[in-house]
Design a protein around this ligand. Structure first.
Ligand SMILES: Cc1cc2nc3c(=O)[nH]c(=O)nc-3n(C[C@H](O)[C@H](O)[C@H](O)COP(=O)(O)OP(=O)(O)OC[C@H]3O[C@@H](n4cnc5c(N)ncnc54)[C@H](O)[C@@H]3O)c2cc1C
Ligand code: SF4
Length: 511
């Protein structure tokens, strides 16, 4: 019994019994990587089924309150965190995956990152020259372009001014948007539908090309017969509550897992440890831990206006961090601010004169793992901030403080435990770059995660090859950020889509 025809997105209310589907390819996960594969293969004439655990969202579903929005769009209500070193991390559960709630930042991995990947992980065809055609194709389809000044807002332009004053490079961030109004709402969903998240770009294109898209379906196992996979199975789950109902199975000639860096290893582990001859499934978990500072200016900044993240600096990328402007609902930003009660209220009252700027760090020594939990598809995450990576984060904080004072901030709120809660000038802020505090004093979070099913030229050391093809199982592919051998040092989505584009072209030829 089939539950899906083409031409529409199937939703929870439409499943009234157990069902099976047949397809050439089943793609698990509709995030940036899975959606690219589904669209490209459907356009190449292959019969594609795209499965997504989360529901679709419309502008009417988006709420501006950060906590309410996170409870609806994020896994574990947005409260997911690592153990070991405790770090909050967010993964979306929605049609479009992370692209629904992310800031639309599109950055190509720098040359030095791709060179490093090739050298360390025995990769032969993942150079700048190999990947640029795939980045180009995605860029063209999504209309990726630098953010124009007209929608930057003060918060972003002050960052540019600060970098200019210090002689440091900065540039407008390239984003997958069309007609952005600079509303700063990317985190809770773009009500203007300007952000080209997958649910308004690649997924509709996949449907137009004949793909069947089924939401509210949680894949729990990959089915296999010897060295071949035969499909996937799982359960219908209710949006937001996750309560299970009917069962489903999709039989396919090829399975593409794109459930994200946290979920793909769990699906494999729950499938009798499939594709894990290397022992690397769920290992090598890396993040870009992000640190941020709030700076307060003498005059109004009105930080709620302007592209959510409009300016960046790659000045220190070789030192291990990328600088960006940042905006999120005040309730979310408040989690990084010191104090409570009256003191916190006082700090929050200064937000109209404030900006928040952050750094994402390449912490290669800080590793973790993803493990399946009994009776749940949510992962158990452990991760440890390595002491030798702490200086990168301290350096980043010192640099952000410099930019704030160069841009004319009257004070900064660095959010480092044990240091003054407020600093008024460069001299006071110098301590941020010193060795006087350790990793435990830092407040960080990360929405960028990688490497849990890493690619490696040597089957003994990696789960997939450069095309995302399993080393162990003939017709199983993985295309999500878990396949990165190391972090990208810049925002990861665009590289994931480029790699997924390459995998799709390869599969279109093979199938
Ligand atoms: C708040 C936030 C802001 C960010 N900002 C940026 C940014 O501006 N630029 C950038 O480059 N990166 C950004 N990122 C990171 C970026 O969004 C992710 O790296 C990217 O979405 C990863 O793509 P993916 O396809 O690998 O996985 P995901 O986007 O996580 O997609 C995986 C999909 O699989 C689904 N899924 C999981 N398990 C199952 C299952 N068992 N069955 C069926 N479906 C399943 C999930 O619901 C999800 O939709 C941000 C992330 C967040 C959370
Ligand atoms: S800044 Fe506002 S209009 Fe622009 S993409 Fe983000 S949510 Fe949409």
């Amino acid at each position: 019994m089939s539950a899906a025809g083409s031409g529409e997105v199937r939703v929870f209310a439409q499943y009234d019994r157990d069902f099976t589907e047949q397809a050439d390819v089943v793609v698990v996960g509709s995030g940036p990587c899975g959606s690219v594969v589904a669209k490209e293969l459907a356009c190449a004439g292959r019969d594609v089924v795209l499965l997504e655990e989360g529901p679709p969202f419309t502008p009417a579903d988006f709420v501006l309150d950060g906590a309410t929005s996170m409870a609806r769009t994020m896994r574990e209500g947005g409260l997911r965190a690592t153990r070991g070193t405790v770090m909050p991390t967010m993964q979306a559960i929605a049609l479009g995956g992370g692209s629904l709630v992310n800031s639309a930042i599109c950055a190509r991995a720098p040359d030095f990152v791709l060179d490093d990947w090739c050298e360390r992980f025995s990769l032969e065809a993942t150079t700048r020259r190999d990947l640029d055609p795939h980045y180009d194709a995605v860029e063209k389809f999504l209309g990726i372009a630098p953010t124009p000044d007209a929608v930057q807002g003060q918060r972003n332009l002050l960052f540019r001014d600060g970098c200019d004053a210090l002689g440091w490079s900065s540039e407008p961030i390239a984003r997958n948007v069309r007609g952005c109004r600079g509303s700063g709402e990317c985190f809770t969903g773009c009500r203007a539908r300007a952000k080209q998240s997958m649910d308004v770009s690649y997924v509709p294109a996949a449907i137009r090309a004949g793909a069947r898209v089924l939401t509210s379906l949680q894949v729990q196992r990959v089915l296999s017969d010897g060295r071949r996979v035969t499909g996937v199975e799982g359960q219908v789950v209710a949006p937001f509550r996750g309560s299970p109902s009917h069962r489903f199975r999709v039989d396919a000639r090829c399975v593409v897992l794109a459930a994200g860096c946290m979920a793909t290893p769990v699906i494999l582990q729950k499938s009798d440890d499939l594709a894990n001859g290397s022992g690397q499934v769920g290992e090598n978990l890396q993040f870009h831990p992000g640190v941020s500072i709030m700076g307060v200016f003498p005059d109004p900044v009105s930080p709620q206006f302007g592209a959510t993240q409009g300016y960046q600096s790659l000045q220190f990328i070789r030192d291990g961090f990328k600088l960006e402007t940042l905006w999120a609902p005040p309730g979310v930003l408040a989690t990084r601010l010191p104090g409570f009660g009256h003191a916190l209220k006082h700090t929050l009252a200064e937000i109209p004169r404030a900006a928040v700027w952050d750094a994402i760090a390449s912490t290669h020594r800080s590793l973790g793992r993803v493990r399946a939990r009994r009776g749940s598809m949510d992962p158990a995450l452990t991760w440890h901030l390595h002491p030798e990576d702490v200086p990168i984060l301290r350096h980043a904080l010192a640099v952000i403080a410099e930019i704030f004072f160069a841009a004319g901030a009257e004070k900064i709120v660095p959010g480092v435990h044990g240091l003054p809660e407020v600093m008024h000038d460069r001299d006071e802020a110098r301590v941020l770059g010193s060795g006087s505090y350790g990793g435990k004093a830092l407040t960080f979070a990360s929405t960028h995660a990688f490497c849990t099913t890493r690619m490696h030229g040597d089957p003994r050391q990696g789960v997939v090859d450069e095309l995302g093809r399993s080393h162990d199982v003939e017709n199983l592919y993985i295309t999500d950020t878990g396949t990165y051998p190391r972090c990208t040092s810049v925002n990861p989505m665009f590289t994931g889509m480029a790699l997924a584009h390459r995998t799709a072209l390869h599969l279109a030829e093979r199938l």
